[in-house]
Design a binder for this molecule. Sequence first.
Ligand code: SF4
Ligand code: SF4
Length: 133
Amino acid sequence: MIEFIDETSCTACGKCVEICPTDVFDLASASAIIAHKEDCTSCMNCELYCPHDAIYVSPLKDPEVGLDRSAIIASGVMGSYRKALHWADGRGPSGTGDNWALQLRERQGERPPPPSDKIRTQLYSVRDRNLIG
Ligand code: SF4
Ligand code: SF4
């Protein structure tokens, strides 16, 4: 569940407001604010899209009790999900994205099909592409 926005990093760019599928955020003059925490589905999109790593979404379903915000920021965990999935500047990586199975197969030498193979190229770009042989 979304836990906090680090207002010192937030630039009020509005990306999280735009991207959140359940409209959890509102935009105030200086930063985004969490207006509807209870509507968060922990989809993590806001962490991926925030260009300043200002958002912390807890891995827990329910609000964290006694959450130490300063310790979380100091730990360097802010933005770690985005970095792990190779996102930058609000954009996902070209190619395999967050499909870990496909990333592994590419590291093992597999390459995308040629552009002329339109059906396989299309399938290659979807998440569960590892379902095809
Ligand atoms: S984790 Fe998903 S649902 Fe929750 S605030 Fe972020 S974008 Fe919205
Ligand atoms: S995406 Fe990040 S920087 Fe932009 S308004 Fe939301 S929290 Fe602030």
